[in-house]
Design a protein around this ligand. Structure first.
Ligand SMILES: *[C@@H]1O[C@H](CO)[C@@H](O)[C@H](O)[C@H]1NC(C)=O
Ligand SMILES: *[C@@H]1O[C@H](CO)[C@@H](O)[C@H](O)[C@H]1NC(C)=O
Length: 196
């Protein structure tokens, strides 16, 4: 299989090239859906689902269905990052792991952004958790304010996604407004950290 040979190569590449921006790793946790506009999604968990060589999305599942997939995540931060940093998942391969950061795939024609893990943190999105353990993305809303215009956003949606040929019910992000037509069945949600 292609991935068997590709993964160690990729992992080696990323560990060689990456000086991690956020080297301080948290205790492990799982990620759970809350505040869903469709209440049947609440209390489902997010597991890493294969979406291409060394790429995983965050798919929706029940704990009982995917016991081993109840993916363990970490929050990498740094001394200076005020509690924000990278959401990390460890991609297993034959003799080790490739630490992979959550990354956004922006689409110029849509306000729906797909999210996926890929080894390294070179394009990882910066995230944080609030006092209720809810996952947020800090962003600037006003370029006129310098500095300090940053605030937490919670624009998570669970959508039927189509990413490099894989179709899943997976975690996405909406930049502004409601998801544009063409994004299937998006439901707004929050994502909550749960200690393992
Ligand atoms: C997260 O932190 C650990 C511990 O320093 C490091 O080994 C790993 O490469 C980091 N992962 C990312 C994606 O930055
Ligand atoms: C997610 O949590 C934030 C912060 O508590 C809240 O403002 C937002 O309305 C929540 N999202 C949903 C879909 O309820």
């Amino acid at each position: 299989m292609l991935t068997k040979t590709l993964l160690p190569a990729l992992a080696a590449l990323f560990s060689l090239t990456s000086a991690q921006n956020y080297p301080d790793q948290s205790a492990p946790f799982s990620l759970k859906i809350s505040d869903a506009a469709d209440a049947s999604l609440n209390n489902k968990y997010l597991y890493a689902c294969h979406s291409g060589a060394a790429i995983e999305q965050l798919c929706l599942g029940d704990k009982a269905e995917h016991a081993d997939a109840y993916s363990t995540y970490y929050h990498n931060t740094s001394e200076w990052s005020s509690g924000t940093g990278t959401l990390v998942w460890n991609l297993p391969y034959s003799d080790g792991i490739a630490s992979s950061g959550l990354t956004f795939a922006y689409n110029p024609a849509s306000n729906v952004v797909l999210s996926y893990f890929i080894p390294g943190d070179s394009n990882a999105v910066r995230i944080g958790f609030n006092e209720e353990n809810k996952l947020f993305v800090p962003a600037y809303i006003d370029d006129v304010l310098t500095p300090g215009g940053e605030k937490p956003f919670y624009n998570w949606e669970v959508c039927t996604t189509q990413f490099s040929g894989y179709r899943y019910q997976a975690l996405a992000w909406v930049t502004v407004g409601t998801p544009v037509t063409g994004s299937w069945g998006c439901v707004s949600v929050n994502v909550t950290k749960e200690a393992i």
